[in-house]
Ligand binder design. Sequence first.
Ligand SMILES: Cc1cc2nc3c(=O)[nH]c(=O)nc-3n(C[C@H](O)[C@H](O)[C@H](O)COP(=O)(O)OP(=O)(O)OC[C@H]3O[C@@H](n4cnc5c(N)ncnc54)[C@H](O)[C@@H]3O)c2cc1C
Length: 139
Amino acid sequence: MGKKIIIIGAGISGLTAGIYARIAGFDAEIYEAHRLAGGNCTGWTRGQYHIDGCIEWVTGSRENSSLHDIWTTIGALTDNTEIFLPEEIVSTIHEGKLYHLHSQIDRMEETFMQLSPEDAPVIKNSSNTYARNNISKSP
Ligand SMILES: Cc1cc2nc3c(=O)[nH]c(=O)nc-3n(C[C@H](O)[C@H](O)[C@H](O)COP(=O)(O)OP(=O)(O)OC[C@H]3O[C@@H](n4cnc5c(N)ncnc54)[C@H](O)[C@@H]3O)c2cc1C
């Protein structure tokens, strides 16, 4: 009989460790305290709404990114998975006015400038960093 790995916790890390253990030829047993697997990475339905507990911004959804291989190996991302990159990532009301956090850098900069024009140098610097690192693209 092969070696067995005991994994504590069936969050996405534990489940991933279990899959990789099996791929590497080990037996694996995962112990989970909750009645459901998934940990933080879970969702639930309440009334007519489905609430995603987390993973709004799936790091590793971009092909060739370091996490992408892991997501595909464990079956979380497939060729048919639709990646939705909205133009407005977050919307919030501040002092009675509605602001959007945009995925487009120039529009995001515009919003920050409206909110805090005195921070212009820092905002410009952040925009340049975002642009340099392609942060506005699928992560
Ligand atoms: C509101 C929110 C939004 C998020 N948004 C994003 C996002 O947009 N993009 C992104 O990439 N990440 C996001 N994250 C982070 C992401 O959800 C977590 O990094 C990830 O789910 C953590 O997985 P994990 O398996 O490491 O830990 P957990 O999900 O915490 O899993 C740990 C598991 O171990 C179990 N456990 C703990 N102790 C024991 C024990 N002693 N015995 C047995 N079982 C035990 C727990 O019940 C749990 O199921 C978000 C998190 C939250 C809370």
